[in-house]
Design a protein around this ligand. Structure first.
Ligand code: SAM
Length: 316
């Protein structure tokens, strides 16, 4: 499928998502990460006037984008401004059902490009990083109040940062003199904390710390852990769950969730007959994660780490 590259936000793996998840006329689709609406627009075009699109995002900027899209697509549509974990759980509790749930995880290019929000290590801005600007926890609070061990653990676990302990120590030393207030103060602290050769290897030296702090501020992994079962509960028979993730912490969770649902009997292999009675609930539409083509990565470097996985719900 060809994707219109003139759109302001270029959705990642969009052709693959549409070809494999196959939204159809009259279906109900939920986009849990509406962002700039790139995927939602393509999905809504397939749903047509008999279809329904439910868009979720916790960022009010996404709500503005949704209002523009709602006027242009034929499908019935509504926006829920909320975390996707809460929204999906609420929809399931209300008895809503869907044929497709899409999650395109992480931050949007709109958030990254809006310098004042503090997501980018390349721009000077207040240490914020909140997707929902009404939430209390900010990057500044994490960086200035978490104790050294907790900071180091977060950088190691969520950023897979090799120099987590050094960076955490440098942050604590610096904030003892004055609280860190801006992204460039954090970048400067990271750069001075790591050995000189590491400053020039493996991408920008602040990349992993920024990822870790962003995951903490937005509680991203707990959100995903709650959202996957809620999304699954919402799906009708034949419904598809499609998730695009951008780092191994997310992809591992998505893979485990889908593979677990596609697994039948879990009895020990030496048991002569099945005692668990478990049958697969899912078919894996993608046996392996689908990755962007070199052409897409060349046009949109963010796509290089994207992984798409899709599972289809079987009949009960
Ligand atoms: C990668 S962008 C999605 C881009 C979108 N697919 C598009 O084509 O424009 C991720 C979006 O999901 C939102 N988001 C991330 N985690 C969220 C969560 N737990 N609850 C609600 N929205 C979330 C972010 O605010 C951001 O707008």
């Amino acid at each position: 499928m060809l994707v219109d590259m003139r759109a302001t936000h270029v959705p990642v793996l969009a052709g693959e998502l549409i070809d494999l998840a196959r939204p159809r006329a009259g279906e109900t689709a939920i986009d849990g990460t509406f962002g700039g609406g790139g995927h939602a627009r393509l999905v809504a075009e397939k749903l047509g006037s008999a279809g329904t699109l439910i868009a979720i995002d916790r960022d009010p900027v996404a709500h503005e984008r949704f209002d523009e899209l709602a006027d242009e697509v034929a499908a019935t549509s509504r926006f829920v401004q909320s975390s996707f974990a809460d929204a999906l759980q609420d929809l399931a509790a209300d008895g809503d059902q869907a044929d497709l749930v899409v999650l395109d995880l992480g931050m949007s290019s709109l958030q990254l490009d809006e310098r004042s929000r503090g997501f980018a290590y390349s721009a000077s801005a207040p240490l914020d990083m909140r997707m929902d600007p009404t939430q209390e926890l900010t990057a500044a609070e994490v960086v200035n109040t978490w104790d050294e061990r907790r900071l180091a653990r977060a950088l190691r676990e969520y950023g897979e940062e090799r120099y987590a302990a050094r960076i955490a120590r440098a942050i604590v030393r610096r904030r003892d003199r004055h609280p860190l207030e801006t992204t460039d103060e954090l970048v400067d602290t990271i750069v001075t904390a790591i050995p000189t050769p590491a400053q020039f290897a493996g991408g920008h030296p602040a990349k992993r710390t920024f990822q870790a702090v962003r995951i903490v501020v937005n509680d991203e992994l707990a959100q995903l852990d709650r959202a996957l079962p809620a999304a699954w509960a919402l799906l009708r028979e034949g419904g598809r769950l499609a998730v695009i993730s951008f780092h191994s912490l997310e992809d591992r969770r998505v893979k485990r969730f889908m593979v677990d649902r596609a697994r039948g009997c879990i009895c020990p292999p030496d048991l002569p007959v099945c005692g668990c009675g478990r049958t697969p609930e899912a078919d894996l539409v993608t046996r392996r994660a689908v990755m962007a083509t070199p052409g897409e990565v060349a046009a949109n470097p963010r796509a290089s780490s994207a992984r798409l996985r899709i599972a289809r719900k079987r009949s009960a």
